[in-house]
Design a protein around this ligand. Structure first.
Ligand SMILES: Nc1ccn([C@@H]2O[C@H](COP(=O)(O)OP(=O)(O)OP(=O)(O)O)[C@@H](O)[C@H]2O)c(=O)n1
Length: 477
């Protein structure tokens, strides 16, 4: 098996899980065409004693590696897929969900492979057979200094996604970007326009979800990285503080993103679990709420008008226009249809909880309508509206407004999470077929309108049974 050196023991001490995993995999040197090295994020995170979920391990090896990896996959009973035939990159997926990627080493030796990578902390290798760390760019020094340093300017130009990755990694690791690296990022920011939408989208989502993601995203905007992908943000600079917002619009927007996690943390486990589930397309509800936070006031600049009488700005219809702009932005970034629907709905309806709180107590009809229109997106909407309220402290906002917003959120979540709740989940008194048979109606929009009227009357208590529902439908006809 592996030779046991002092560095290996150190590595083992730092990341026992990783080394015991490597020990369990049959990596006999003779089986491989050359030295096998573990590289990239798993080595970096092992040295930082940082848990990676899901665990993905990247290996490089000189010579033909795919065939050897396929044999290993069979021995381990792992799934096998070719990710990139040209560069010979293959993936094994273990039952535990751990992935092992094997790639043919780039360049004449391991140093030249590592020299092509993005940041020094990602260019540390663990030689699996020799049992030694290999760190030609002082990545460990940068780990100690908590600094993200590019290997060189040319590597950032070679793959401009690395410009954005820099902010994402710095936010996830809580590192500072080294000044020369930051200057190169600013200089080449325009090159991000040439990167595929899917790659940019994944980095943006990972960035916005990091603990300091709002600040990191603001920095990417200030450094010009969002100019081509989100040109709608810059016009927000023109809108200053208002009666509701104590902050200029751009700062308010990033403050709302900052407040999302705090809003979620105040509620029960059920809400937190709901925020961490995935929507079709693969992103979590929490990510979509944060995107909603970024975009919730996106249409304020194009709808802004100064009312000469009051001297105040108005933004009439900004939610609907904002929802349309949100759809365009999410299509540009190639999000799934479902994700587009979610974020557009959050932007469209984000003011409604505030409107309910302003007419206290909210009527059953208003609660029913909000639950009906949002369906399973209701908890997400409530978290966005609450984050917005937590970020809003203008002169027109009363002291008890936040307490009221929290109380309303609790009430609405109570309805939503109670099975059979008459406002959130009204039982069906009569369905479309029943209605058509009883009233001799033909299929068409009228049937839907009658069913909606019955449900609303149920919510307000005007209708409690099938006969009353039919009687109401007859009067409406
Ligand atoms: N645009 C990129 C992407 C990746 N890499 C290199 O490939 C490694 C693996 O990349 P990836 O799995 O995408 O990211 P990790 O660094 O492993 O980090 P994380 O999994 O946390 O995203 C990186 O560490 C880095 O050495 C790179 O140089 N340039």
């Amino acid at each position: 098996m592996l030779r046991m050196g002092s560095v290996q023991r150190n590595f083992q001490k730092t990341m026992p899980q990783l080394t015991s995993l490597l020990d369990a995999i049959p990596f006999a040197p003779a089986d491989w065409p050359g030295p096998l090295a573990l590289v990239g994020g798993s080595v970096r995170d092992a040295l930082l004693n940082r848990t990676r979920v899901p665990l993905d391990l990247d290996f490089v090896c000189p010579g033909p590696v795919a065939e050897r990896a396929r044999v290993l996959a069979r021995r381990l009973g792992a799934g096998f897929a070719v990710l990139d035939a040209e560069h010979e990159i293959v993936r094994l997926v273990l039952d535990s969900g751990i992935t092992l990627d094997f790639a043919r080493r780039q360049g004449a030796d391991l140093v030249s492979d590592l020299a092509r990578r993005d940041y020094t902390v990602n260019a540390i290798a663990w030689d699996v057979h020799a049992g030694e760390l290999f760190d030609p760019f002082d990545g460990r020094g940068d780990l100690t200094r908590r600094t993200l340093r590019a290997i060189c300017e040319a590597n950032l130009v070679d793959d401009p996604l690395r410009l954005l990755r820099g902010y994402r990694l710095a936010a996830q690791l809580d590192f500072a970007i080294e000044p020369a690296t930051r200057a190169w990022i600013g200089l080449h920011a325009h090159r991000l326009a040439a990167v595929s939408a899917e790659r940019v989208r994944e980095e943006l989502c990972a960035l916005i979800c990091a603990p300091t993601g709002a600040d990191a995203l603001l920095a990417t905007y200030r450094d010009g990285l969002l100019a081509d992908w989100l040109p709608e943000i810059a016009p927000m600079e023109a809108i200053g503080p208002s009666g509701y917002h104590h902050l200029p619009l751009i700062e308010h927007t990033f403050e709302v993103i900052r407040q999302v996690d705090g809003a979620i943390a105040d509620f029960a486990e059920q809400v937190r679990a709901d925020m961490d589930r995935q929507v079709t397309g693969g992103h979590s509800v929490r990510t979509l709420v944060k995107l909603g936070a970024l975009l919730h006031d996106i249409a304020k600049p194009p709808t802004s008008k100064l009312d000469p009488a009051s001297g105040r700005m108005s933004f009439i219809g900004h939610e609907s226009l904002g929802a349309n702009m949100t759809r365009q932005i999410l299509q540009r970034l190639k999000f799934s249809r479902d994700e587009e629907r979610w974020v557009a709905a959050l932007v469209q309806h984000h003011l409604r909880p505030g409107q309910l709180a302003a007419h206290w107590p909210p009527s059953n009809r208003a609660v029913y309508r909000l639950c009906r229109d949002l369906g399973q997106m209701l908890p997400a909407l409530l978290m966005l509206a609450l984050a917005d309220r937590r970020s809003t402290l203008g002169p027109q906002v009363g002291q008890d407004d936040l307490a009221r917003a929290v109380e309303l959120t609790g009430r609405l979540l109570g309805h939503y999470y109670t099975p059979g709740d008459p406002l959130a989940h009204p039982r069906t008194l009569i369905d479309g077929n029943g209605l058509m048979a009883e009233l001799d109606l033909k299929p068409g929009p009228r049937v839907g309108q009658l069913l909606a009227a019955i449900q609303e009357a149920q919510a307000t208590g005007e209708v409690t049974g099938r006969e009353e529902a039919l009687a109401l439908a007859r009067t409406l006809l």
